[in-house]
Design a protein around this ligand. Structure first.
Ligand SMILES: N[C@@H](CCC(=O)N[C@@H](CS)C(=O)NCC(=O)O)C(=O)O
Length: 323
């Protein structure tokens, strides 16, 4: 991590004294807002997203950029999924990775220092950079996702409305509930350093998966009949579940593909235009979760298999209805 702008490798542990995973709060929390007083106003070619393809949090931000039609509005660079002592690195020679096209840095930590020379904290992805003020606007995935979904209405092509008025409270409630139990739940299981902390985390993960599997028996998406930010938040965790979390994070009570509704639901999302473009399984597995160890070959899932979820009620994409 960086301490007063200096890179340190003798970092604090990820766990608290009970052995439970303790995620550090992110610190750049400004907002792009479509209002005249805002320091960060939406614009084309002004903002830039840094991601890693293995990271589920960054995956969510890249997905909203794609689905909201912002690929020509917000530019994006991709770091090497293989992370060593120097932290996230730009290795353009590697398949699927890019240079830092905005700041010309070799390491992502240098982007953080360019944004704040005194920065203290972890150097995480995603990062949303502002070319105008030459700083980081925000490095918290859910907030970047919300900004992309709401503040760029006049830019980009006709993207989907993932966060429609009238649905927002319900979407936020779902996002909060899946964050602790599933998105971060798998990390709490994988990084636990005591049996009790692991047991609690893994129970939360599977209780929540059981719950959503039941809900998805009668509705196509988490918030009902339309695809929303809640589905986009869950997808990066589900697509990594059987490939990584089941084995690497010991979330092995059952595979995701053994769930009658969650498995077709995951394929439904995967087959929705915009999703597959953001999935790079070699980055996720080989250089990401299995960095430096042998990548397990299985379970060999076919995400293209028909899902039949379009037989469930589906809202007309062009009209936002109140639930
Ligand atoms: N709360 C942050 C978490 C981001 C995060 O933890 N990203 C990981 C990759 S999956 C990272 O960059 N870790 C580097 C580190 O912690 O040093 C968010 O949701 O944006």
């Amino acid at each position: 991590m960086l301490v007063d702008g200096e890179w340190k490798t003798d970092i604090e542990p990820y766990t608290d004294e009970s052995g439970a995973f303790d995620r550090t709060e992110t610190s750049f929390r400004d907002w792009i807002q479509d209002s005249p007083e805002s320091r960060f106003q939406p614009a084309t070619d002004r903002y830039h997203l840094y991601i890693a393809r293995n990271c589920p949090w960054a995956h969510g931000a890249a997905l909203v950029r794609q689905l909201a039609g912002l690929t020509d509005v917000v530019s994006m660079d991709i770091v090497d999924p293989w992370r060593e002592d120097d932290g996230w690195e730009f290795t353009p020679e590697k398949e699927g990775c890019t240079p830092d096209t905005v700041n010309g840095c070799t390491y992502l930590r240098d982007v953080y220092v360019a944004g704040d020379p005194e920065y203290t904290g972890r150097v995480t992805v995603p990062v949303l950079w502002d070319r105008k003020h030459e700083t980081i606007v925000n490095n918290e995935s859910i907030e970047i996702m919300q900004m992309f979904a709401t503040e760029f209405g006049d830019y980009g092509d006709e993207g989907r409305d993932l966060y429609p008025d009238g649905y927002r409270d319900e979407i936020d409630r779902i996002i909060d509930s899946i964050y602790d139990s599933i998105n971060n739940g798998v990390y709490r299981a994988g990084f636990a350093e005591s049996q009790a902390a692991y047991n609690e985390a893994v129970t939360d993960v599977f209780d929540a998966l059981d719950h959503w599997n039941e809900v998805l028996a009668d509705q196509r998406y988490l918030a009902g009949d339309r695809l929303t930010l809640a589905d986009v938040r869950l997808f990066p965790t589900l697509i990594r579940f059987d490939e990584c979390y089941h084995t690497a994070f010991k979330c092995n009570k059952q595979y995701l593909h053994q769930y009658d509704n969650l498995w077709p639901y995951l394929r439904d999302l995967y087959q929705t235009p915009g999703f597959v473009e953001t999935v790079r399984m070699e980055h996720i597995k080989d250089d990401g979760y299995y960095q430096g160890v042998i990548t397990p070959i299985g379970p060999g899932l076919d995400y293209e298999q028909p899902h039949k979820r379009d037989e469930l009620p589906t809202a007309d994409e062009t009209t936002a209805q109140t639930p």
